[in-house]
Design a protein around this ligand. Structure first.
Ligand code: FAD
Length: 443
């Protein structure tokens, strides 16, 4: 048995791949790989597109024997934040594993192959007025396999949680090349270790997902965007706190400086800061909740309006997915987020505005996900230091998305990383599956 991972995939290995994959495709050459969306510093030697989950079993066994690294990918929308740069090896794309296997409206569940995109799934659920309420950015590219591997959570995480909360079953190919079936089609289908959920957030390191079963929910009768505007961010945060503690059930609650919304043409009101809440459910309930939240805003000197038309949701999600617009490529620009707890969002927000950048703060908060997002035109070393300190003070993590993806998470007692690394070592000692995944380093 060879030692270590050998990343080179030469012509003879390409021929071997072709014979393994039956009906699937093998693609080589950087030009041919370009349409798959790999960032420049991610350079697999080959990419394979299996059409059947079972072909992956032979592929993994081959990779173990040859000691070739495999990089599972879906739409490649989140590769940089999930895996460190790599050269060589074989990217395994789920794009051709894209069948909706079964929609079961009476069981409120759906079974799909891992390469089905969020957009495709929504189209299949629409006739039944059902939904999987986890909306990723770039839904036409983002696959369900990628979302599960990353344990994605969308804007409505405040009320709806993340994709793990909807995952009932997962079929995957283990690092030894076996097809494993975890979970099932019902809510209570696990006794013993919940392997299905272990796969959510495993970043391709423990297996390649082939198909997934989700529970789904009926679409709401009505959706409304409540726009609450305030003179300052302090009264807005006070109102947000009251809303979070109230019995009213906002699907999301986001705090923005009004100018960030206004510059993209979104109706942001006359005041300086805006809280945006999403309300959904029966039409009457949405009206009642909107009135109650308007009352909370008024108690904090805020003004309120509700937007019901779908076009506002589309505009708002475009903004949410890319809040910094076309800012952002200056030499010393930095953007990212501090992820803390919902409770400490207000403190992080205050700390940023008073300690990092007081004037024209480019900052917004997702109060449901406990995240404070920021953009700095000019980030000096001491500013980055202040951001790390701010994250540490609130037991949070700092993630920079630009100029390059990096994480800062203060190490502390009780970190689960030792268990992650031992699990990986036990199941995939040669490190064939996604060996450069950031999750293996505890970030
Ligand atoms: C700028 C940006 C910011 C985002 N921020 C967040 C965020 O903060 N929180 C959040 O939850 N989501 C976020 N997302 C969305 C989410 O991470 C992706 O939509 C999701 O991961 C699916 O993407 P994909 O299909 O493109 O997967 P890829 O980008 O191809 O892969 C993502 C990860 O999943 C693994 N993977 C992919 N397919 C499989 C498979 N079949 N089996 C095993 N492993 C697999 C890959 O190895 C990789 O680790 C963000 C996306 C973008 C573009």
């Amino acid at each position: 048995m060879k030692k270590g991972v050998d990343p080179r995939v030469d012509q003879s290995r390409v021929s071997q791949l072709m014979s393994i994959l039956n009906d699937g495709e093998v693609i080589t050459g950087q030009q041919q790989l370009a349409p798959f969306g790999f960032p420049p510093e991610y350079r697999p030697d080959a990419l394979v597109l299996p059409r059947e989950g079972k072909d992956l079993c032979a592929l993994v066994r081959w990779a173990q024997a040859e000691r070739v690294a495999l990089w599972p990918v879906g739409g490649c929308t989140a590769v940089q934040s999930c895996i460190g740069p790599f050269t060589g090896g074989v990217a395994v794309s789920s794009r051709k594993l894209n069948r909706i296997l079964e929609v079961r409206p009476d069981n409120l569940s759906v079974e799909v192959e891992s390469g089905v995109t969020a957009h495709q799934l929504q189209g299949a659920l629409q006739p039944y007025r059902l939904t999987l309420p986890v909306r990723p950015p770039r839904p036409r590219e983002s696959t369900l396999g990628g979302q599960v591997a990353r344990n994605a959570a969308g804007p409505k995480a405040l009320r709806d949680g993340g994709i793990r909360d909807y995952l009932l079953g997962a079929n995957f190919v283990s690092p030894t090349g076996e097809l494993i079936r975890a979970g099932g089609k019902n809510i209570k289908n696990v006794s013993g270790y919940d392997v299905t959920r272990l796969m959510a957030g495993s970043y391709g390191t423990l297996g390649m997902l082939t198909s997934l079963v989700f529970r789904v929910r009926p679409l709401p009768e009505r959706e409304g965007l409540l726009i609450m505007s305030f003179d300052g961010y302090e009264p807005a945060l006070d109102a947000a706190r009251s809303i979070l503690l109230s019995p009213y059930d906002a699907a999301f609650l986001h705090l923005w400086p009004a100018h960030l919304l206004a510059e993209r043409g979104f109706p942001a009101g006359e005041k300086g800061w805006v809280l945006v809440a999403c309300l959904e459910g029966l039409a009457e309930l949405v009206r009642e909740q909107a009135a109650a939240l308007a009352e909370i805003a008024a108690q904090n000197a805020g003004a309120c309006r509700v937007l019901f038309e779908e076009k506002y949701f589309d505009e708002y999600y475009r903004l949410y997915d890319a809040p910094w617009g076309d800012r952002g490529t200056g030499e010393r620009a930095v953007y990212g987020l501090i992820a803390a707890t919902r409770k400490s969002v207000a403190d992080v927000f205050n700390g940023w505005v008073t300690g990092v950048q007081a004037i024209d703060p480019l900052i917004w908060a997702d109060l449901g996900r406990g995240q404070v997002h920021f953009f700095l035109e000019e980030a000096a070393e001491e500013t980055l230091f202040a951001l790390r300190r701010l994250a540490a003070e609130h037991h949070g993590a700092l993630r920079l998305d630009y100029p390059e993806v990096s994480y800062y998470r203060p190490a502390g007692p009780g970190s689960a990383i030792w268990m992650v690394q031992r699990l990986k070592q036990a199941l995939d000692p040669a490190g064939i599956l996604a060996p450069a995944a950031r999750a293996l380093k505890g970030v």
